[in-house]
Design a protein around this ligand. Sequence first.
Ligand SMILES: Cc1cc2nc3c(=O)[nH]c(=O)nc-3n(C[C@H](O)[C@H](O)[C@H](O)COP(=O)(O)OP(=O)(O)OC[C@H]3O[C@@H](n4cnc5c(N)ncnc54)[C@H](O)[C@@H]3O)c2cc1C
Length: 384
Amino acid sequence: MTTRNFDIAVLGGGLQGGLTALAVLGRHPGARVALVEAGPRPGGNHTWCFHAGDLGDDGMALVAPLVAERWDRYDVCFPNRARTLGTAYAAITSDRFADAVESRFAASPGSALLTRTQAVGLDAGSIELEGGRRIHADLVVDARGPERFESGERLAYQKFLGLELELRAPHGLTHPVLMDARVPQTDGFRFFYLLPFGERRVLIEDTYYSDSPRLDVAGLRREVFAHAAARGFQPERVVREETGVLPIPARSMGEPRSELPLPAGYRGGWFHPTTGYSLPPAVRVALHLGRTLGQSPFGPEWARLCSEHARQQRFFAFLNRVLFGAFRPEDRWHVLERFYGLPEATVARFYAMSTTATDRARILCGRPPRGLSVRLALENGVTA
Ligand SMILES: Cc1cc2nc3c(=O)[nH]c(=O)nc-3n(C[C@H](O)[C@H](O)[C@H](O)COP(=O)(O)OP(=O)(O)OC[C@H]3O[C@@H](n4cnc5c(N)ncnc54)[C@H](O)[C@@H]3O)c2cc1C
């Protein structure tokens, strides 16, 4: 059994784990960081997007080298509303992410990137690897991702299948379509998501806010091809495929846990309960761990981060209860169509998890979206 000592050891080299390593080593180039990842490279198989307003200057500086594509606006399309929002949107690809994490570790001789390495256990001061090896660290972070997410209650799911397609001819898209909900509303609120990468490459995702986690992969592939054809795209080949089934919680998970090993990323509840986006909170946590290396992470700044995150989560969990508890699956799109009529700054703060009291009032007050069923809400016990 071999033992190595590190300043920080992170279990899970996905989004949270990789960002944490980058933040720590960016601020402390001599730090000893261990990142343990079961897969062949950090980052898995994702395209992570975020809105420009989601991150502050230090967050933008952290992710800037990871950004593969950036657009200055995006569209949403509903049966009765089409809108272009002038908020910039950016994509991080897992290839680019893996390149950045790997090269940072290659330049940090005291650190260790352990890929193809399965951990079998962890405690406040160590991670146990398959085969009996154990690595010790002053701070152990558990960033094992959504698969291990424990909320107690899973209300619903955001699930999707995306195909990145190389086309025979230019697609003509200049910016993303975040939601095209002008499609049959089967299996809950449904929309297509399109990200143009270069002239002939586009990622198309068929996304559902569903009561069931079941993903009919073959059926969804056919739906993506049908949507591509309806837009006049001629796919030449599939470059890659990604799928996701993310929990949409009905209850706030309370304040993130301040204990060791420190649960972070999806595992620690650091995600947006309604959109499933976790990049903005992952960046906040990573920067915090970079700033506090060598001390306890649980100071006043951590307390502030946790309480603001929990406050925002409570609101979004309530919205989830309304969306899933007071609307029939085929009527849920009305809620989103109404939402996208709100001021652009409110929409931006909704995604950033930094809503103000005015934003929350704008989202909840006024004429209710069509399809609201008081009977259903009472049956499902929808309460604030
Ligand atoms: C396909 C997809 C697209 C998404 N797109 C976006 C987006 O555009 N924007 C956004 O903000 N969010 C997005 N999300 C949501 C969220 O950001 C991602 O799920 C994100 O990757 C979560 O980060 P994480 O670090 O918590 O978990 P992950 O990135 O899933 O990382 C967890 C890692 O831990 C490793 N691991 C687990 N157990 C062990 C073990 N025992 N030993 C070793 N390694 C282990 C896994 O292999 C994995 O690599 C997306 C999710 C999916 C699934």
